[in-house]
Write a protein that binds this ligand. Sequence first.
Ligand code: FES
Ligand SMILES: [Fe+2]
Length: 453
Amino acid sequence: MSGNLSELVGRGRVSRRLYTDPDIFEEEMKHIFGRVWLWLGHESQLNNPGDLFTTRMGRDRIIVARHEDGEIYAFDNRCTHRGAEVCPKKSGNAAHFECPYHAWTYRTDGSLKSVPLRKGYDTGFDARVDALALEPVARLDSYQGFIFGSHAADGDDLQTYLGPDVREAFDNFVDRSPDGTLEMTGGTTVQRYRGNWKLQIENSIDLLHPLILHHSAVDAADRVDHGGREPSIEWDTVKANGLSFSEWDELHVAALPRGHCWMGGFLTKAIDEDAEKAVMDENGWRVLQAQYRDTMIAAHGEERTDEVLAFNRHNTIVYPNLLVNSRLAQVRILHPSAADCTEQHGYIFRRGGAPERMFEASVRMVNANNSPSSIVTSDDHEVFERIQEALEYGTSEWLDWSRGIYQERKLEGGTGGAGTNEVAMRNQHRAWAEYMAAEYMAPNNMADDTAGA
Ligand code: FES
Ligand SMILES: [Fe+2]
C-alpha cells in the first residue's frame, strides 16, 4: 500500500482518504505511531519506586513505572499469557501487577515474577521466563522531565527528533518555574470526537478559523459585564479568539523538520488591552503576574526573568500528536482510536515556587478553553465531526491547503509564514508522506508480514 500513498499528498492539497480510509489508518499506526518518539508523561508522576501511570502510544495501552532500581520502565499493559489488561489504574503505586484473569504476576520493570501452578508447565518454561515479560517499549528517554517512548529500536535520538525549536518550548516550560521544578497535577481532561486525529493537529495551528468558528464564544464573552473591574484571565483567553484577520496575520507560524511547528503567542496582546481598560483588581491577573514575576526575579534575577517571560508562543506542536504550551502550563495529546475516532487528553502543571494562584489560573484557563465544558473546544470538535461525516460521501477527492503557498518564508531550520498561512499544515502533510513512504521496521526484530503489502 505504501507505494501509492505519496500520491495522496499533492502540492497544496491532500486526498480525503487521509481522514477516512481504515487501511491508511492501519498504515499510520505502523509507519508513524509505531516509529516516532511519542510523549508518555512526566517524571513528577514517578517520584518513588512502584509509582506508575498508564497511557497510550497510538492505540497501544502502555504502563510506565519506576522500579526499585530507580529506573523508569515502559511496557505493554497486556498480559503475555492471554492478553488481559494487567493494570487498570490511571496512576498510583504498586508493588507488582497481578493479572486479574489467571494471576500471572509481573514486577514493576515488566519482568514475570510468578505464575500460579507452575508445575503444570513443561520443563522448558523457566527458559522462556524472560521472553514472557510484558512487552517493553523499544526506547525510552526524557527531555526536561518529559518522558517519551518509541516503538522503533533504531532512529533519531530524542533530542534530534525534537530539534532546537521544539526543545526550546520544553526549556521554557521549566524555565518559567521559579525553582526549576514542574508537577503534573490537577487532573486530566478527556474528550473523544468522531473524527480523524489529523483534524485536531491541523486545527491547532489554523489561525484562519478562530474569528469565524469561535464567534459565538467571542460574542458570549463580549456580553459579560465586568462592572469596571479587571476581566478574569480565563475570560480573556476566550475573548482572544476574536482577534481580527490582520491581527492573526501579524503572528508568525514556523514549520519545522519532521512535521513539528509552532505559532506565535496572541494572548498577551488581548490581555493587556483588556486590562488597561479596567480598574486594577488586587485579586486580578495583573497583580498575580507581578507577584509571579517577583518570585522569578528572586530566583533568577531581572534580566533572565525578562528573557524567560518574553518567550511568547502559543502552541508548539510535536508531530504527530502533542501540543505544548509553556505559557499556559499545559499539554494536550491526541490518541487515535480509529480513522474516525480520536481521544484528546489534557494535562496541567504546577510551577514550583510560583504563587499557588498561578496554578489555579492554569486550571481555570484549561477549563475555559480546552475541556469538555469549554465553549471554544466544543466548536472545534463539532466541526471535526461534521467534516468527518461529509468526507465519507460525495465524489470530490481533494481538500485544499494552498493558502499562502507563494508567501512562505525560508527560515533558519525551517519555513515560516504569516499567521493565516497554511505552511505548517502543508509541512505536516509532507512529513506524513515521508513517514508513510519509508520502510517499516517492526519493533524487537519481529517479522512483519504486511510491511510494503
Ligand atoms: S490472561 Fe493474564 S494470567 Fe491469564
Ligand atoms: Fe479552535
